[in-house]
Design a protein around this ligand. Sequence first.
Ligand code: ADP
Ligand code: MG
Length: 357
Amino acid sequence: MSRTTNRPARSAFASTLCAALCMALCAVAAASCSAAPRDRADLVIGTVCSVRILDGGDRRALDAAFERLRGIEASMSANAEGTVVAAINAGAGAVPVPAPADVRYVIRKALSYAELSGGAFDPTIGPVVKLWNIGMDGERIPAPEEIAEALPLVDASAVAVDDAASTVFLPRAGMMLDLGAIAKGYAADEVARVLLEHRVKAAVVDLGGNVKVVGRKPDGSPWRIGIQDPFDDRGSRIGIAELEGGATVVTSGVYERYFIGDDGAHYHHILDPATGYPARNGLVSVTVISSSSIDADGLSTTLFSLGLERGMALVETLDHVEAVFIDEDRRVYQSSGAGKLFKLDNPAFTLTALPSR
Ligand code: ADP
Ligand code: MG
């Protein structure tokens, strides 16, 4: 199985993360020569996290923000030992496991997206994620029998969250929670909260492309956040969203984590819980613009997994949430309110209307 090497900024492999981190730190170093902003970038929660303060706060705000990120990693990572999520998974089929309020909050949110999506989003996808191991050592195409064995363990409706007892229980041995589709969004909301608590007046939080803007820019202009071109290197845009403070822009895409199988096919990390294989529906990315990053993260994965038509239908039922879908033919589809926030300016892409039904 070969890894792709032509687009190093695209995957979440450790070496690539290190390279990205170096670039981010160089940017920080460059910025620190100039007068104002206080920046920091570090590898946490499995991705490059950067915080740039433009107004207010001080170094303690950055310390507190990264401490919170490490706390979230220590409780919510499914890939590390000793986390609360690992303990819940180890207790599957045996015992309810103590879980603090923040972990239960994120799990409840994930379960709500499982319900909203009719199962296209499912945080109990863990056993299937582990089979593929996409973006980790040992990534591979599992045998169909392995997938058939893992799929019955994927069942969000079986998860028991008990707020009175402060526990979470997975009722069947082998079940595994994976909060990878939503924890980064929660982390972005938490970093924003911590920064405001430390009297930060303006900041940009970027957790591996999951962006949240905090407060008002010192010059009073709107925040301008690019939407990633899924076919080009990180940092290339298809257009820019102009946003108020508190807004978030979250993208789920096939380029985030993937590998090329021995069969030459592209296998990415958003899995269809119905089949156990990467969701293949013609989409290459879905971006959600909203104010809650946990919701935007849950939704971007949900909309991707649902596909263009069902995803667009769902987003149109939600208030204060806009979405931009990009398909493999470089067609861009936007929800009815997205045009007020986002302008497509990359001529390689075509703004396209969904055929009315
Ligand atoms: P990213 O981590 O690149 O921001 P997403 O938010 O879309 O991307 O989350 C993808 C991750 O979510 C996968 O790496 C996996 O851990 C998990 N996952 C994959 N498929 C699903 C699914 N259908 N429902 C819920 N979680 C999923
Ligand atoms: Mg997500």
